[in-house]
Design a protein around this ligand. Structure first.
Ligand SMILES: Nc1ncnc2c1ncn2[C@@H]1O[C@H](COP(=O)(O)OP(=O)(O)OP(=O)(O)O)[C@@H](O)[C@H]1O
Ligand SMILES: [Mg+2]
Length: 215
């Protein structure tokens, strides 16, 4: 059995911090993990990430959408699915909900069609659990500082729409998308995340790196 965990949230909400804390925790417990991020996660995906995030290009909304989905399709097929098939715990720094929050709510693209193309890119795969790090984007952007990527340079209204859409998604899918107050200290957030997934972990037999026989 495998487990797919994703992290979502506005810019600077602490996703990467929590992804690494969780990854270290799971490795420490003897689990095999795969860490991945979007856009990116594959060699082609990293090239796509450059186009999306460097401030070199002006991208039309659908150009942006299809590049994110191209990266996701590549990552799903060549990285995430093989890792799940080899019993790893996959931890993704952003996945499908980012598209709903940024491209549907932020850019105003039509939800129904975007859900359909998103499902093509994920091959219908959904994380088992998603941690939404809910945070004030104004403070998140301050944390990032002056070196902002193309998306981080969007105005505050855009980021507020993204936050609101994430909250709506967590209300829509309360069994899967778990909202955490990301204004708390990193260690506290980490503990909340560990508590939440601990009930899923005992079932993960066969995932442990060293399968010592228990007496
Ligand atoms: N809970 C927290 N409290 C205070 N500072 C934090 C917390 N979590 C992360 N930080 C700090 O905030 C900054 C942004 O954190 P991080 O890079 O983890 O966020 P992110 O959501 O991955 O951002 P991005 O959207 O840019 O990828 C970092 O400097 C990090 O050390
Ligand atoms: Mg990050």
């Amino acid at each position: 059995m495998s487990l797919f965990i994703s992290f979502e949230g506005v810019e600077g909400s602490g996703k990467s911090t929590q992804v690494h804390l969780l990854n270290n925790y799971l490795i420490d417990k003897g689990f095999k993990t795969l860490l991945t991020k979007e856009p990116g996660g594959t060699e082609a995906g990293e090239k796509i990430r450059e186009i999306l995030l460097e401030n070199k290009f002006k991208l039309a909304p659908y150009t942006e959408l299809f590049l994110y989905l191209a990266s996701r399709s590549q990552n799903t097929i060549y990285t995430i699915i093989p890792a799940l098939e080899s019993n790893k715990i996959v931890i993704a720094d952003r996945y499908s909900e980012s598209t709903i929050a940024y491209q549907v709510a932020g850019r105003g693209l039509p939800e129904k069609i975007i859900n359909e193309v998103n499902a093509l890119a994920t091959k219908g795969l959904s994380p088992d659990v998603t941690f939404l790090l809910d945070f004030d984007p104004e403070i998140g952007l301050q944390r990032i500082g002056y070196k902002k990527d193309r998306i981080e340079r969007e105005n505050i209204d855009f980021h507020l729409k993204v936050r609101a859409a994430y909250k709506k998604l967590s209300r829509q899918y309360p069994d899967r998308i778990y909202m955490v107050d990301a204004s708390r200290p990193p260690e506290k957030i980490h503990q909340i995340i560990i508590n939440k997934i601990s009930n899923l972990l005992p079932q993960l037999k066969g995932n442990k790196q060293n399968n010592h026989a228990h007496k």
